[in-house]
Write a protein that binds this ligand. Structure first.
Ligand SMILES: [Zn+2]
Ligand SMILES: [Zn+2]
Length: 194
C-alpha cells in the first residue's frame, strides 16, 4: 500500500505489558508520563479504525520487535509504534493465549520505592518489602537472594480501549511478505545499518 511509504515510526515508550483484564488479554504500551500517554491516545489512537489495527511480533533470538499500526481517520497526525523488547514470560503467555483478539490500552508505569509501599508489597526479587532492610541500603535479607535494592513497579491501565483482531507472529525471513512489518524493518533496521 502506498500510504505505508510515509509511515512515521514512534518508539519513545518504555515497553509493552500483557495483562488479563475484562476477560481478554490486553496489550498495553507503557509510558512513564501520564500526559504523554493521554495525548498519544487523543491525537493518534483515538482515530484508528478498530478492524484495521494490526500488531506484529517479529522474533530475533531472545528479543522481539513489537510493531503496531492502523488505518486512521486522521492520517495527518497518524503514527505507527515499534519497540525492540526482551522476550518475557508474559509475552510467551500472550503468544499462546491471545486467541486472535486483544484489547489495546495504554498504561502508565511507575517505579515504587521501599518507602512508598506496604509491608507485603513484592519486590522484583520475589520477596516482600518487609524482608528488605530499612536502613541506608534496602538489601533483601534472605541469605540466598542477591537483591541489593527494593524495586517494584505499578502499572495503571487507562480506561479507553480499542479491539485488535489482526495479530500475527512472524519470523524475520517472513517480514518481507507483511507490509507493516516490512516498512518497520526497512525504515528502522535495514536502512540504518547500511
Ligand atoms: Zn528485593
Ligand atoms: Zn530477595
Amino acid at each position: 500500500m502506498s500510504s505505508h511509504s510515509t509511515i512515521q515510526w514512534f518508539d519513545d515508550f518504555v515497553g509493552v505489558a500483557y495483562r488479563y483484564y475484562d476477560l481478554r488479554m490486553n496489550v498495553v504500551p507503557l509510558f512513564t508520563d501520564r500526559k504523554q500517554s493521554a495525548s498519544l491516545w487523543h491525537d493518534v489512537i483515538r482515530w484508528w479504525l478498530d478492524p484495521s489495527i494490526k500488531i506484529r511480533f517479529v522474533e530475533t533470538g531472545d528479543k522481539y520487535w513489537f510493531i503496531m499500526g492502523s488505518d486512521s481517520q486522521k492520517p495527518s497526525t497518524d503514527m505507527s509504534f515499534f519497540k525492540i523488547l526482551q522476550k518475557s514470560e508474559n509475552y510467551e503467555r500472550f503468544k499462546k493465549g491471545h486467541g486472535g483478539e486483544a484489547y489495546l490500552r495504554l498504561g502508565v508505569y511507575t517505579n515504587k520505592l521501599l518507602t512508598d509501599v506496604k509491608k507485603n508489597a513484592l519486590c522484583n526479587c520475589g520477596h516482600e518489602a518487609q524482608d528488605h532492610d530499612e536502613g541506608d541500603d534496602d538489601i533483601c535479607l534472605y541469605n540466598d537472594c542477591d537483591c541489593k535494592n527494593f524495586t517494584s513497579f505499578q502499572i495503571n491501565l487507562l480506561k479507553r480501549k480499542k479491539i485488535i483482531t489482526d495479530i500475527v507472529f512472524l519470523k524475520e525471513e517472513d517480514v518481507k511478505n507483511d507490509s507493516l512489518a516490512w516498512n518497520c524493518f526497512n525504515t528502522n533496521k535495514y536502512s540504518e545499518s547500511e
